[in-house]
Write a protein that binds this ligand. Structure first.
Ligand SMILES: C[S@@+](CC[C@H](N)C(=O)[O-])C[C@H]1O[C@@H](n2cnc3c(N)ncnc32)[C@H](O)[C@@H]1O
Length: 258
């Protein structure tokens, strides 16, 4: 294990990210966004966030923990905003660059290679629950956002004790814990909502499914595929049970007193 907090997550966000890029190349570019949204597989959630991040075509935007770049690709296509992608898994960062032509760096959220106040806005989707150092990630987001910059978040929050089996390496905060972390990092919460991750258009779901089928055809007998499927299946079951909730939030960077 090298970058992430479990080997299962490395399969899910590393190996499968590379396989996703390969499958999209085989099927066509129109498959890239639906297949590339790995935590935020809902266009309505992306729209909700983007509508509230005060974006213009000239905004400097960071996608923190961008995965293979589906959400950033969506933002470029739908809003004409080209985000910079940061992602710790090289396979993901490479895919974001190759599939969407976006600038992409290999970096964990806790060590972003950007100067202070480099961005007007950022989003961080399905990432805080994959790292135990949430405070470190939020501190970095605070540092790289300008004063008053907006942060869009998708976080899977635990509404009650989670029944096993749990996805390996994930740490889901409760909503009060998340709000405390945001406040301590210097963010003011502006608005929240709950995402329905099952509300995508049929064509979006069909394309995401076709990419998955192509990965199975090529790599379905690789144990890392089963491992990754088990991980995402566990998150799916917790969401379906109502133990986890897909929390959306807009937070505003507040200048810290000197
Ligand atoms: C559920 S995926 C979401 C990917 C993407 N944001 C999306 O919505 O499609 C979680 C992502 O967080 C990344 N990740 C895990 N630990 C991280 C960390 N410490 N800093 C930044 N990203 C991290 C994973 O590599 C993975 O790409």
């Amino acid at each position: 294990m090298s970058q992430l907090e479990s080997e299962a997550m490395e399969s899910e966000f590393g190996t499968v990210a590379g396989w996703t890029e390969e499958a999209v190349r085989a099927l066509g570019p129109e498959y890239a966004v639906p297949a590339g949204c790995r935590g935020s597989g809902s266009e309505a959630a992306l729209r909700w966030l983007a509508d509230r991040m005060a974006l213009t075509a000239r905004s400097r935007v960071l996608d923190d923990g961008a995965g293979v770049g589906g959400p950033a690709g969506w933002l470029a296509a739908e809003r004409g905003v080209r985000a910079v992608c940061a992602e710790p898994m090289p396979e993901g960062a490479r895919a974001a660059h190759r599939l969407f032509g976006l600038p992409s760096v290999v970096a964990p959220a806790q060590h972003l290679p950007f100067a202070a106040a480099s961005f007007d806005a950022a989003w961080c989707l399905g990432v805080l629950c994959t790292t135990s150092d949430k405070a470190g990630a939020l501190a970095e987001l605070h540092r790289v956002l300008r004063d008053g910059g907006r942060l869009g978040l998708l976080v899977f929050v635990a509404d009650r004790p989670l029944p096993p089996p749990l996805p390996e390496g994930n740490e889901f905060p409760t909503e009060p814990e998340l709000l405390d972390l945001l406040g301590a990092a210097g963010f003011r919460l502006a608005e929240t909502a709950t995402a329905d991750l099952g509300d995508s258009a049929p064509e979006w779901s069909r394309r995401a499914g076709a990419v998955e089928d192509e990965i199975v055809r090529r790599h379905g007998d690789d144990p890392r595929w089963s491992e990754a499927q088990e991980q995402s299946g566990r998150v799916g079951r917790l969401l379906a049970d109502g133990a986890l909730r897909a929390w959306l939030g807009i937070a505003v960077e507040v200048a810290r007193p000197a």
